[in-house]
Design a protein around this ligand. Sequence first.
Ligand code: ATP
Ligand code: MG
Length: 446
Amino acid sequence: MKTRFVCQNCGTSSPKWLGKCPTCGEFNTMVEELVERKKSRARPKSVTAVSLAKIPLMKEGRKSVGIDELDRVLGGGLVKGSLILLGGDPGIGKSTLMLQISDRIARSHGNTFYVSGEESAYQVRIRAERLGTDGIDINFLAETELETILSCAADLKPALMVIDSIQTIYKAQLSSAPGSVAQVRECGSDLMKFAKAHGITTVLIGHITKFGVIAGPKTLEHIVDTVLYFEGEKNQQYRILRAIKNRFGSTNEIGVFEMTEHGLKEVVNPSSLFISATASAGSAVISIIEGSRPLLVEVQALTSPTFFNYPQRVTTGIDSKRLSMLLAVLERRVGINVHGLDCFVNAVGGIKVFEPSSDLGIILAIASAIKNRPIEEHTVIVGEVGLAGEVRQVYGIESRLKEAEKMGFKRAFIPSKNALPNHCKLDIIGVEEVTEAVRIALSIRT
Ligand SMILES: Nc1ncnc2c1ncn2[C@@H]1O[C@H](COP(=O)(O)OP(=O)(O)OP(=O)(O)O)[C@@H](O)[C@H]1O
Ligand SMILES: [Mg+2]
């Protein structure tokens, strides 16, 4: 089969690679593609559209992995014939997680097929030994050529196929190197067709770039059914698996795992990971919702006089632009000076907090750090903050407060616009303005 090079910017094609597109003038946009000769048909194919109601309903054929944290992220288990992309930082535990899943599926649903283009059979065997899996029903193949992998999979008919990783496999017809945009796209689309045609659930492990996105073309994320990201700080024990896209379940659902010597273990009560035992100045506990699950997270703030012309704003796990906005609200609406202070804000435990309901907690943590007054112990803070300093209502207040109650919290700051939930045993403090919340939480006059 012949190949050609097509500009990803304007679509210009060329028989050979060019550094600069002659039409649009962009550099490095020419990507190799296979040229398929389509036979011309004398007459168009006769097809008829059918009413959606007449299409028979089939069972989704979900396979439960048997790990609750993972099943929830997947929307109830692995769907037969679906294609899943799992991305994550180097060394975060992608291969470990997939080997554990392969083992679980092999035990409950028959054999599985693990293809590694990165590690030797010996390396994977050592890992399996460490994880305590006998690996009897896991078929292993160290191979990088796509055709060979697919013919082997067609013979095996596994319940689950894992490709570790999509960046290492290649299609022989393309001259581009494995991992290039052309190879990743072509291999991804062939694997998708294969998974659907043979009803084999397939997981592709994907490398991510230094910017945190899956390396290769964005089209890969479009063609797969589910995109999962494995995140977490490498120097911390816990890892978070997040569904970014899911055609068979809700997105943003998270699963929390702990990395141990014997592999990844699910964390049943994750809120306990993200809060520390004692209250101190600069710390506040917020209640966020990840997918369908409420989670308590401690936010820590530290401020100190700046030695530079521009004060530093450093965040971990919190959007730095959101922090700038909250600092402006604190300065202008509450009257607490922050312009001469370096400000460091951190979400405990390596979790990433992007929900606006965390605003009030972040503001109170910073105010507490500046005033050096701790917020009373066992207090949870929920509320979005607007530019006028108003506290806006949030969704899911009932489940947020229930989680706080479960974790032994006694008091909650919530937006006064939120209706008080029934049967709540917490002391509820409804606040309308940030100023009011700061005054009550720190027992000060603002
Ligand atoms: N003996 C051990 N005890 C505890 N944790 C270990 C042990 N050996 C490996 N690990 C953990 O496993 C991680 C490596 O896991 P794994 O190889 O599955 O990651 P990966 O995401 O597949 O990496 P890569 O991107 O290199 O393929 C290490 O970073 C470490 O956290
Ligand atoms: Mg790996």
